[in-house]
Design a protein around this ligand. Sequence first.
Ligand code: UDP
Length: 232
Amino acid sequence: MRVLLKLSGEFLAGASSKGFDESILNQITDEIIEIHQAGVELAIVIGGGNLFRGIGSKSVGIDQPTGDNIGMLATIQNALMLSGVIRNKGYKSRVFSIIQMPYVCESYNPSLAKLALGKGNICFFAGGVGNPYFTTDTAGVLRAIETECQVLLKGTNVAGVYNKDPREFADAKLYKCLSYGQALQENLRIMDATAFALAQENQKKIVVFDITQKGNLRKAVLEQSIGTVVTD
Ligand code: UDP
């Protein structure tokens, strides 16, 4: 089985919401290694929100494309960090970036990436889609399609997709499964519209689950017992 895990950058920051929380780095890499040891080919797209998001451009007085470039570079830093921790634990991991920086990491191309996954490397696809005005959710869907991952796992900080915001409404209902059409009709924002449209068009199954609870990655991938499945 080959899966793509999409993690937000903010997750790496833990409670402080900026930078890196060492215990989170340790916990998530242990969980990633556990999945890898079970024989799953694992591709990972990580955001950059713990370092910078393009949306913050205006407040610091830069234009959005510049801010987005900073955000894309942040995703490369996050990928290098996680990959480095994994390698330090004795496992094979490679970082492929769509923004070429050959001294720092490998350049992304889908066939090379598939080869690397097949050879047992835990692979990070960094740099987003390589263009301002996009997000790493879109990059996640795009790379999952290109590298033929069966499923895209979106790790969040809630249990899955609800009919309304569970942090605001105590009676919010968690969906076990959901169609793309229903998600659109009910305006359930699973990911940004571009990412979601791409997933729907290419019938890429999405599982939304709570990554903050230890053990959940294994449950989502190996037991498929948690989260919300979005498919047709
Ligand atoms: N970004 C971009 N193009 C991409 C991916 C990301 O311009 O293809 C920029 C954008 O500014 C975004 C930032 O990088 O805010 C970090 O990515 P994202 O917000 O998706 O990270 P996350 O919220 O998942 O941590």
